[in-house]
Design a binder for this molecule. Sequence first.
Ligand code: PEP
Ligand code: MN
Length: 263
Amino acid sequence: LVSRKKKAEDTVITVKGVEFGGKNPILIAGPCSVESYEQVRAVAENHAKRGLRTLRGGAYKPRTSPYDFQGLGEEGLQILKRIGDEFNLVTISEIVTPADLEMATKYIDVIQIGARNMQNFELLKAAGRVNKPILLKRGLSATIEEFIYAAEYILSEGNSQVMLCERGIRTYEKATRNTLDISAVPLLKQETHLPVFVDVTHSTGRRDLLLPCAKAGFAVGSDGIMVEVHPDPDVALSDAKQQLNIPQFNEFVDELLASGLYK
Ligand code: PEP
Ligand code: MN
C-alpha cells in the first residue's frame, strides 16, 4: 500500500490547513520534552511570529536510563493542546503504547512513533486504527526495507495518513550521535508515495551540524525538517546538548530561507 507502484502521486496530509508532503517544505520544531506550559509557550510564541505552524514536543520520553526524565505524560499532551489551540499550531507528540493512542487523539494533531518503537508491531497496528496522521521515525538500526514494512503495518490497518522520518542510524561512527542516512530520503521518495522528513537533531546530536544537514535534506527532496528548540537548552530535561535556543533557531530558519532551499 505504501508503494509508488500502487499509487503514483504523492500523498499529501493536510492538518489545520498545513500540507505535509505538499508544495511547501515544512519545519517541525519544538522542544525535545514538554516541561511546562511556559516553556512550550515561549517556543510557540516565536513560531507564531515567524509564521511557523508545526510544533513538536515529547510527553512520553523513551529514555535510555529509567532514572532520566520520563516526560509529563497526559499533562504534557494537555499543554500541547492548550498551546496548539492558542496559536493555531499543528502539534506532534510521541505515543509509546497502544493503550494511550485513543486518549492522545483528544489532545494532539499528529502522533509520532519513535525510533525505538518502529517495530513495535502492536503499536503500529493500533496506530493504523486511529483517525490521526502518524509520523513514523526510522528505527535505530532499521533497514529501508524494514522501515517501509513498518509503515505498511499502519496502512494495512486502514490509516493512510503516514509520514516517514529519517533520524539517523547506528554505525561505528562516534563523531555524531547517529549517522544521517541522507540517501534514505530520495530512496523513500522513490519507493513510497509518503511524505519524508529529516530529523537533524537526533541524527547528528550536534548543534553545529544542524544547518548543513537541513540543507542537505532539502536538497535531496525532503518534505521537511525536524529540529529541536528550547527556550533555555542548558536546563532542558532531555537533549540539552543539541537543542537550539530561540535566537539560534531563528538564525537557523533565516539561513535556510537565505539558501533558497526552504521558503
Ligand atoms: C524524538 O523525536 O523526540 C525522539 C525521541 O526521537 P527518536 O525516536 O528518533 O530517537
Ligand atoms: Mn530529543
